[in-house]
Design a protein around this ligand. Structure first.
Ligand SMILES: *[C@@H]1O[C@H](CO)[C@@H](O)[C@H](O)[C@H]1NC(C)=O
Ligand SMILES: *[C@@H]1O[C@H](CO)[C@@H](O)[C@H](O)[C@H]1NC(C)=O
Ligand SMILES: *[C@@H]1O[C@H](CO)[C@@H](O)[C@H](O)[C@H]1NC(C)=O
Ligand SMILES: *[C@@H]1O[C@H](CO)[C@@H](O)[C@H](O)[C@H]1NC(C)=O
Ligand SMILES: *[C@@H]1O[C@H](CO)[C@@H](O)[C@H](O)[C@H]1NC(C)=O
Ligand SMILES: *[C@@H]1O[C@H](CO)[C@@H](O)[C@H](O)[C@H]1NC(C)=O
Ligand SMILES: *[C@@H]1O[C@H](CO)[C@@H](O)[C@H](O)[C@H]1NC(C)=O
Ligand SMILES: *[C@@H]1O[C@H](CO)[C@@H](O)[C@H](O)[C@H]1NC(C)=O
Ligand SMILES: *[C@@H]1O[C@H](CO)[C@@H](O)[C@H](O)[C@H]1NC(C)=O
Ligand SMILES: *[C@@H]1O[C@H](CO)[C@@H](O)[C@H](O)[C@H]1NC(C)=O
Ligand SMILES: *[C@@H]1O[C@H](CO)[C@@H](O)[C@H](O)[C@H]1NC(C)=O
Length: 703
């Protein structure tokens, strides 16, 4: 660690570094609202001077529709905030009266020009925020103004539509600068002229530009520690030799190759490298000596190629790569492509994120090269086997996620597992496992969370548990005292033997998607500890929850329940999922009891009766409970399906149900009357017919 860099203070372990350490004010539209809100809420407590509010030596004049710097603020003002105004030109004399200014913020104006003498007396100005303006317009003159700032350390030029030449002009002679933000501009190509004068630069944000090439751009910045290149169009980073850099973020580009200079005999200071969301096909060729701790490689297409190295069957395959850049000088970077032993120095790696790649296996000795690895994220890859014995994971391994692979075999011996005493989180879900090493989880002395969901692994009864086989198709969970969370969703569980969970202190048990699973009394031993229980799609019926006094969250979705278990009223439940059941209504006393305790309830997908929705109004009127997807809950009245919240449309105002029955009763009566009428009609009809016939045609003819 570099002790001169207090702003690097927390560069270990955390995922958000590289981003928010620059002390320049960041202003996104969201912050815009926040700052307006702040201004409004603090208005009363501080004195006002014209449009500005004064707090000690700070003048806050944000969002006042100002078109120039206000006059008449105290001479000794040190910080002046003029964000969200309409200042187009910063005039020569506008800051003359404030020679003590150290911080000036003009973000989100329509600033087009800094007149060349604007800063002639601003010798103490250290921080200048010009984000989100139009400095592309008069950058020549504006650059002259910036040259008058001998103390300038922070400069935010983000979102100013700056192109390459504009930026390099504006940055000429700014030798004192330490923090520079150029994100959200139109930079395309960086070369040795781009930052030539920024001899003291420590942090540079170049996110969200249009960069496709970097060629020798940072040779004059020996102090550069943090560089953010995220969201650009870089196709590769080759000959990487910035030994001074501590954090490099090149995520969200189109990088196929990361190759560091192989002939440097120097230790790279690099601690965090983010290459996620790129197009890597090879593991990056890392420096041969480095302090790299955090390596983020998720969402690439990388895999290992050890099986192709020194293989005579590939005679014509190339082992070197050539890179061209726009100046037509060719770089011949030689990398032994198929040799996975050349990944570089990963001996200090603590976090390795390979999520969503194409890894089929780890090269020999790869895992062993990381003796302090604590988090390995391998979810969504193509692993087929995992041999703990041969891989030899470090004893500091804390989190292992191999979910969503194609694992069909895991092997391990007891000694290797016993060494994994720090492993706390182990995710094996969504694989093809049918067998598992005997004692796999009970050997992990600190294991807290296991996810085995969507594998065909059962829960052992005590009898099978004493088997002497090395592999077993079920797990004996008994007495794994460290375990708190167990997920065995969708494991085709048929039966959970009665004492399966004895000696466990689970707080979280997920059994969903095991339709028809027979549980006997297996859950009773967990009644004192369980806080979450997932029983969705298990066809559960008549379960007595009253002993589960600590249960806070219960998932009973997709179970064809026609009523809510009475026993839920006696426990202090906060979250209840009842989606996709068979509920037609909820008795009013039960609705009141549940509404008074619950915080969150899920009720969609039930065939509710529109004419019995008092329960809905009970939940709705209780301010402490949130009905998730409230507007999607439906009910039926005699005519059609409605959204339950649109109660004015139901065809069942008071007594409407009896109306329905009246109609039902009246219909047969009406029908029988109609029937009788027809019979009578038919009975008399022949006579009538005859009569009229006679009348008409049997009249005596007159001819
Ligand atoms: C890299 O930058 C992206 C985009 O700003 C950010 O989401 C990510 O967290 C950064 N990576 C690290 C390691 O800070
Ligand atoms: C640079 O500016 C952008 C946009 O204004 C902001 O999102 C980003 O966080 C800033 N970078 C740093 C390091 O403050
Ligand atoms: C700016 O730097 C150049 C050399 O890079 C020098 O010739 C010039 O005098 C400097 N200008 C100012 C105003 O310091
Ligand atoms: C690299 O440095 C080490 C000691 O730091 C030295 O022994 C070795 O000879 C150097 N190698 C080269 C190629 O310079
Ligand atoms: C070499 O190629 C053959 C055929 O593709 C393959 O069976 C073998 O595993 C490869 N690797 C080595 C090291 O021989
Ligand atoms: C290797 O390349 C040469 C020349 O391009 C060609 O004649 C030869 O058939 C190739 N060999 C194989 C195995 O593809
Ligand atoms: C690059 O390396 C290859 C193989 O080593 C060689 O044939 C080629 O001439 C080199 N190109 C340049 C420009 O040095
Ligand atoms: C796992 O690796 C060990 C040591 O390399 C080896 O002895 C064992 O056979 C391997 N197990 C399997 C199932 O491949
Ligand atoms: C846990 O990891 C630390 C190093 O991070 C190590 O000192 C300790 O021995 C490990 N604990 C166990 C039980 O292996
Ligand atoms: C395990 O991984 C799966 C898939 O990556 C994820 O959905 C699940 O939430 C993870 N389980 C736990 C307990 O974090
Ligand atoms: C309840 O379980 C179902 C089925 O497994 C799932 O889709 C749903 O998201 C779960 N509900 C909650 C609140 O987690």
């Amino acid at each position: 660690m570099d002790n001169e860099q207090p702003w690097l203070g927390k560069s270990t372990h955390n995922h958000q570094e590289g981003n928010d350490k620059m002390p320049v004010h960041r202003l996104t539209p969201l912050l815009c609202l926040v700052s307006i809100w702040r201004i409004l809420t603090t208005v009363s407590s501080h004195p006002h001077l014209g449009p500005c509010q004064l707090i000690q030596r700070t003048a806050l004049c944000n969002n006042r529709k100002l078109s120039s710097v206000p006059e008449g603020l105290p001479d000794n003002t040190e910080e002046l905030q003029l964000n969200y105004n309409d200042i187009v030109t910063l005039q020569n004399e506008s800051l003359l009266r404030y020679p003590s200014l150290t911080t000036l913020s003009l973000a989100c104006n329509s600033l087009e020009k800094l007149e060349s003498n604007t800063f002639q007396d601003s010798k103490s100005l250290e921080s200048l925020n010009l984000a989100n303006n139009n400095l592309n317009r008069n950058y020549q003159e504006s650059s002259l103004a910036l040259k008058n700032l001998p103390a300038l350390r922070f400069l935010d030029l983000s979102e100013n539509k700056l192109e390459d030449d504009m930026a390099s002009t504006l940055l000429q002679n700014l030798t004192s600068m330490e923090y520079l933000n150029l994100s959200g501009n139109f930079l395309k190509r960086l070369d040795e002229t781009s930052f030539r004068d920024l001899l003291h630069l420590k942090e540079l944000d170049l996110q969200r530009n249009l960069m496709f090439e970097i060629d020798g751009a940072f040779e004059s910045n020996p102090n550069l520690r943090r560089l953010n290149l995220a969201f650009n169009y870089l196709p590769c980073l080759t000959d990487f030799h910035m030994t001074q850099l501590v954090v490099l973020n090149a995520s969200h580009n189109f990088i196929e190759w990361f190759i560091s200079s192989q002939d440097l005999n120097e230790t790279f200071q690099l601690e965090t490298l983010d290459l996620s969301d790129n197009k890597l096909i090879f593991f990056p060729f890392l420096p041969s000596q480095s302090k790299l701790r955090n390596l983020y490689l998720s969402h690439n297409t990388l895999r290992f190629y050890e099986h192709l190295s020194d293989n005579a069957t590939l005679p014509n395959s190339s082992t070197t790569v050539e890179f061209y850049n726009i100046n037509k000088d060719l770089h011949n970077v030689t990398a032994q492509l198929w040799d996975d032993s050349l990944h570089g120095d990963i001996s200090a790696l603590e976090i390795l994120d390979l999520t969503a790649n194409k890894v089929e296996y780890f090269p020999q000795g790869f895992i062993r090269k990381m003796p302090v690895l604590s988090r390995l994220h391998m979810n969504t890859n193509c692993l087929e086997t995992l041999n703990f014995t041969s891989e030899n994971f470090s004893c500091s391994l804390y989190e292992l996620d191999v979910s969503n692979n194609r694992l069909n075999q895991i092997s391990a011996d007891i000694h290797t597992l016993a060494a994994l005493g720090n492993l706390t989180y182990f995710n094996l879900s969504r694989n093809d496992l049918k067998m598992i090493p005997f004692g796999l989880f009970s050997s992990l002395s600190n294991i807290r969370s296991v996810d085995l969901s969507y594998n065909s692994i059962g829960v052992c009864s005590t009898k099978t548990a004493t088997s002497t086989n090395a592999f077993s198709d079920c797990v004996n969970w008994q007495n794994i005292v460290s375990l708190r969370q167990l997920h065995v969703k969708g494991c085709n569980l048929q039966m959970i033997p009665a004492s399966s969970f004895a000696g466990l202190l689970l707080t979280h048990l997920e059994l969903s998607d095991n339709p028809g699973v027979i549980m006997r009394d297996s859950l009773q031993s967990l009644s004192q500890t369980l806080q979450y229980l997932g029983l969705g799609n298990t066809q559960i019926k008549n379960f007595d929850f009253s002993a589960f006094q600590n249960l806070k969250s219960l998932n009973l979705s997709r179970n064809s329940l026609s009523q809510i278990p009475q026993s839920l009223q006696s426990i202090d439940l906060k979250v209840l999922d009842l989606c996709d059941n068979n509920l037609t209504s909820i008795p009013s006393s039960q609705a009141h009891a549940l509404a008074s305790k619950l915080h969150t309830v899920f009720l969609t997908g039930n065939p509710f009766n529109c004419c019995q929705t008092e329960w809905f109004r009970t939940f709705d009127a209780t301010k402490t409970v949130t009905i998730i997807a409230r507007s999607e809950i439906q009910c039926r009245d005699i005519f059609q399906t409605h959204r339950i919240k649109d109660s004015q449309r139901f065809s069942c105002q008071e007594g409407s149900e009896s109306l329905f029955w009246y109609i039902l009763l009246l219909v047969p009566i009406f029908l029988s009357f109609a029937g009788m009428a027809i019979i009578v009609f038919l009975a008399f009809k022949p006579k009538l017919l005859q009569k009229s016939f006679k009348k008409k045609y049997l009249k005596p003819t007159s001819y």
